[in-house]
Unconditional design. Sequence first.
Length: 142
Amino acid sequence: MTRFALAGVVFAAGVAGPLAADDATLKSLAGSYKAVGLHKYGEEATADLVAEIRAKIEKDEITFTVKGKEFPAKLKVDPAKTPAHLDLSPADGPEKGRTFLGIYKLEKGELVVAFTEKADRPTDFKGGEDVLVMRLKRDGGK
């Protein structure tokens, strides 16, 4: 996957309810995380690589840090979908302007995200050939 994948989360009137839900969800996800698991191309990443991955969510932005290099992106969530959707749009680099489709869930104190750079949005968290699945645990709270 590209560098972003390694590193590798709204309207008015009738949509005001979902907007508020999205804002509340982003607020609940805000904070610093460390990776505790990573599957790429259907295989578990090495413990050394996993130990080098961090993520930080602030408002509608997520920044992945891999081996000290930051990869910022806009984050959009839709908690009303099943599974909940997230879209990642890199803020710079060669992937700027693209959107990576994904899903997320909170499970056993971890934020689990699955996204792809080339295929359709994942429908589960099993991973696979084109899907990156990352398990993140809060690191130092909000």
